[in-house]
Design a protein around this ligand. Sequence first.
Ligand code: 26W
Length: 853
Amino acid sequence: MNPTSPVSATSFDVTDESQHAGPHVGPMFPPTHPVANAPVGTPPPTVDGFVREFLHELTSNQGVSLERSTVNDQYLALAQTVRNYLSARWIETQKKQRTTRPKGVAYLSAEYLLGRQLGNNLLATGLIDIAEEAMKQCGLDIAVLRAQEVEPGLGNGGLGRLAACFVDSLATMNVPCIGYGLRYEYGIFRQTFVDGQQVEQPDTWLALGCPWEFAHPEHAIQIDFGGTIETYVDADGVERTRWVPEWNVLGIPYNYMVPGYLNGRVNTLRLWSAEATKAFDLAIFNSGDYAQAVRAQTFAENITKVLYPEDSTPQGKELRLQQQYFFVACSLRDYIERVLGPEFDLHELDSRIIFQLNDTHPVIAVPELMRILVDLKGFDWDEAWAVTKKCFAYTCHTLLPEALEVWPVDLLGRLLPRHLEIIYRINEEFLDEVREAFPGDEMRIRRMSIVAEHPARAVRMAYLATVAGCKVNGVAELHSQLLRDKVLPDFSQLWPEKFTNVTNGVTPRRFLRLANRGLSELISSAIGTGWVTDLERLRELEPYAEDAEFRSAFRDVKTRNKAKLNEVLIARDGIELGQDHMLDVMVKRLHEYKRQTLKLLHIVTLYNEIISGRLDPKTVTPRNFVFGAKAAPGYLMAKQIIHLINAVGSTVNADERVGGVLKIAFPPNYNVTLAEKLIPAADLSEQISLAGMEASGTGNMKFQMNGALTIGTDDGANVEIRRLVGDENFFLFGMSEPEVAELQAKGYDPGTYYESDRRLRGAIDLIGSGHFSGGDRGTFGSIVTNLVTVDRFMALADYASYMDAQERVEKAYADTEEWTRSAVLNVARSGYFSSDRSMRDYIQRIWGTPPAF
Ligand code: 26W
């Protein structure tokens, strides 16, 4: 035991979630009684009071009695009850804000991958125990009600989940923030497998009703598109430009509450939904062609119909540009006209707001603000530009060249003619500045132009964001460095002070406190509950790594989390994992740069060595390999890799020679809800992208926080994770980024690795032989050919080193006590990866927003 904070053995006795329901269990988290921060006059919530409110909601909102109610009725009534507690605090927050008028952050993001809301909102209000007991008194199991919620999957992956973590942290830190985005009617597709192949189903997340949104159709905003521009002379004799648009739609705001953790603050997330304007209705009445007019109405509503499921290769689709302009135009108008109001002097705009651009998706906001100031508010150009430059900051989330958005000039000109004209002028003046700094360097001018000439004229949105933004940041140290040196080198040379780094983080409320109740309680029993809002305090766990009793309790938590995961996978997909196996998890979008194939090569090698008699399965560490990944529907190679994972899975799982020591599971439809089950159960976290490709990664942080050890390359935030946990608590492998660059420069030939490594060749040949495809060599032929001849992301070059690292993993795992020691240290050193710290960095380095009401 650590002498400074003696903890009795029994206090490590971590019980199962369901056993914590009763009132007898002392609250580990004195969910500081919600009344502590409730608005004045709010009665203290009691179990009885909660039951009454719940039953009231059930009858008045759902119109059913408890006896006749469905699980959906019960879920909606419970959500409504919680929402009532929150909305009082929400109104209070807004009231205070209207009086103090602090500077705030407007986070502009096309994606928010929120995950389920009920659990999070219960946690934030301190109502978990009361609600649990209240439901019990009604004869209901709150876990069943929580499982009824369909998560709002309004994002693709890392970027959207990051936005959700950031708004959670800002609310918890008492920073005024409004999140703006799109309310897609269909979020990220639901993934199913048919014969091992991905089939996409629509995500009908709104079908059973969403109790968390507040629609405000009365605050609709009209957004224009198309048409032409004209010049005219205003009353003062000044020549001005005006946009004469051709068509328009309405933006309807839907508000969502973003509660801080037990602090009484509730910020707002405002998502926009597109509807047809009255003009369409009129057209329907006046038109001889009724059907055509109704089609026109549907056309308007298409804008927010569906989230584009591509998460790295922009398709340049017109509808996507419509989405982007639609949501930022709504958001700017909303902030300027509704939040600030007509009296506000827009010369001072930067004293009240900073618009943070979450990647390039909202960058069309830059010319939109210029248009508002110049065309609508009568600013002269220089004045408007001076304001605009102070109000935007840009975060880049990628390094893949194909992920950098460009919009063809003809498309932009057709949809937003005035904006294109404004972009041209921004570019002209910017290039003058470059000419002045680098006289006679025409190559540089061409390289830096916001408007690319080849292959077709197009606007480079990252350049526009860099020119307009007061700051540009990458999302991990290595990424920010590469952003400066490789993606935007000319810009960082011109404006070195513009560039900065903010390493990503994740919210410990959702990903530790809520997802891993067992570990949370163990931690709190040792160091108290302060870590939930001050994650660096996890450091105080370090001495407990040396404490055998603590380690044993820590292992018990893992074991229980694995058992829970088993239950979930059996119920959800009929998947049974091996008992007492190491849990090795790779969950993330399917992309070649992330190298799911490298993971497969490891598995297929082990399998091949076993069935060829070279490896005795009894000497292999029993392992469950769990994958979770969605492929963009149009990304064929990614879909084939999914097919291959499933094929390898069914073959290996069924092969008796393996004796069950290798088990492969690929539950479909990986999402936030499943992540919350998988991550707390994991022993090993796979973060194996080619160095220099993964901007940051955030799954890596969630695994570390939950006590998994990482096997990973020196890429993205892995670099910082390894530095913090120490080499001895991290399985590093593979080339470093400079080594990758060097190999690329000298010419990479995957064939040489294939030829010279027997095990590698064996694994690849086994796939090529049709062993996993009923003897058909064609099925996975293109994966094999691609690996052996192209291998853009150098899986073969890192294979040997990866296999080595996996052997180190096996050895380390065999020493249970040492492994647990490492796992505890991983948790203790994960404090830096709280999104609260990321937010502090944004505040200090970019926003200058003092946390205030
Ligand atoms: C279709 C165009 C497009 C292009 C890029 C859509 C989406 C993107 C995103 C920038 C991809 C993305 O989600 N990037 C991830 O952002 C995370 C949060 O910063 C990082 O942790 C991941 O490393 C990065 O891949």
